[in-house]
Design a protein around this ligand. Structure first.
Ligand code: A2P
Length: 339
């Protein structure tokens, strides 16, 4: 069995990775349709000996698709995911538009693929920092029972899209030449700087991004009582996010057992030899399927606490890879068609 697959936002940073990952992972595709805004209609995209012409996304585009992966912003998802589902095409949505809807599964396949059974045609892909953090937190939760955590993120420019990555690169070049740096995509200069501001500020003083970490972790791990407090920081890194986590558990913790639990988990690998200066870094975990977990240690502030550092490719586990893994899990569960 093979499927007619569409990518909405195919010209974007995540869309481009989706094209590669679907091919590299040999997703069973009968056809691949590349969709974006009217600005890109008619552009061509080439990989090896294959060339596609990008089309403007319209509701009718979904009539002839089985699976559409959306990565074109919340507005496009709100306007078109339901259209896709109505037309019998399952929408895997990278935006935050539907993540907290009760009848929309929010899925990290290594954790809760089963939540997709009986889906109604929309599957939500989690926030990038949440997905990466869970690659360290979830195996530890399984081992010790997660109670609460604090996190600080170090988020790459890629989370804000291809133009944001280009802006950071341009600023770095300008800085090296002593020229003026232009900040349009971000609220401030990002090169040789950072700012504790990702997504919009809310009335409670947190940003939307920070609240996603709490709310999405609760939903994905089915832990409605989980408590968490996060500070999200944009750093001058191109494409992998890093997250420092201090977590408290129900049961007594042990570093050796924690390492075993992480090492046995499909989405993560241990990278933790501090004496050798080995710990996960964005340059080593860009373009890598597994997220890196390191700096595992007994937390000095919590009882039954562990501190850890998780790094993962924002464009992959934080977006495109997780979306393709969702599609793969749907195929494996024979659940591509909405219930
Ligand atoms: P386009 O290139 O035509 O603007 P990124 O996250 O890297 O900024 O990419 C965003 C992606 O979402 C691009 O592929 C972009 O297409 C697409 N996109 C943005 N707005 C819309 C829209 N209103 N309708 C369809 N696609 C959109």
């Amino acid at each position: 069995m093979s499927y007619k697959v569409g990518i909405v936002g195919a010209t974007g940073a995540v869309g481009q990775e989706l094209i590669d990952l679907l091919h590299d992972r040999e997703f069973p595709m009968e056809s691949l349709t590349l969709l974006a805004s009217s600005r890109s209609a008619g552009k061509t995209i080439t990989r090896g000996d294959k060339t596609w012409t990008v089309a403007e996304v319209t509701p009718e585009a979904f009539d002839n698709l089985d699976i559409a992966i959306f990565s074109a912003g919340g507005g496009t998802s709100l306007a078109l995911c339901l259209e896709a589902a109505k037309r019998g095409c399952v929408a895997i949505d990278n935006s935050s538009a539907f993540r907290m809807e009760a009848d929309v599964p929010l899925v990290v396949p290594e954790i809760n693929a089963e939540a997709m059974r009986g889906h109604k045609g929309i599957i939500a892909n989690p926030n990038c920092s949440t997905a990466v953090a869970l690659m360290g937190l979830y195996p530890l939760h399984e081992a010790f029972g997660l109670k609460r955590f604090f996190a600080a993120t170090y988020q790459a420019a890629s989370g804000a899209g291809a133009s944001a990555m280009a802006e950071l690169e341009a600023q770095m070049r300008a800085w090296a030449k002593g020229e003026e740096m232009v900040a349009e995509k971000f609220p401030h200069q990002l090169a040789v700087n950072l700012f504790p501001h990702v997504d919009k500020f809310l009335d409670n003083g947190y940003t939307k991004e920070e609240m996603k970490m709490l709310n999405e972790c609760r939903k994905i791990m089915s832990l409605p009582g989980l408590r968490a407090s996060t500070t999200c920081v944009r750093v001058p890194v191109l494409r992998a996010h890093s997250i420092a986590i201090n977590a408290e558990f129900e049961r007594p913790v042990d570093v050796a057992k924690a390492r075993e639990a992480v090492a046995a988990f499909a989405g993560a690998e241990i990278c933790d030899e501090p004496a050798e200066n080995r710990y996960p870094m964005p340059i080593d975990f860009s373009g890598k399927e597994k997220c890196g977990v390191g700096r595992l240690r007994i937390d000095t502030a919590f009882d039954n606490g562990l501190s850890l550092w998780v790094v993962g490719d924002q464009l992959w586990k934080g977006a495109a890879l997780n979306a393709v893994q969702i599609a793969e899990a749907l195929v494996e569960m024979d659940a591509v068609a909405p219930a």
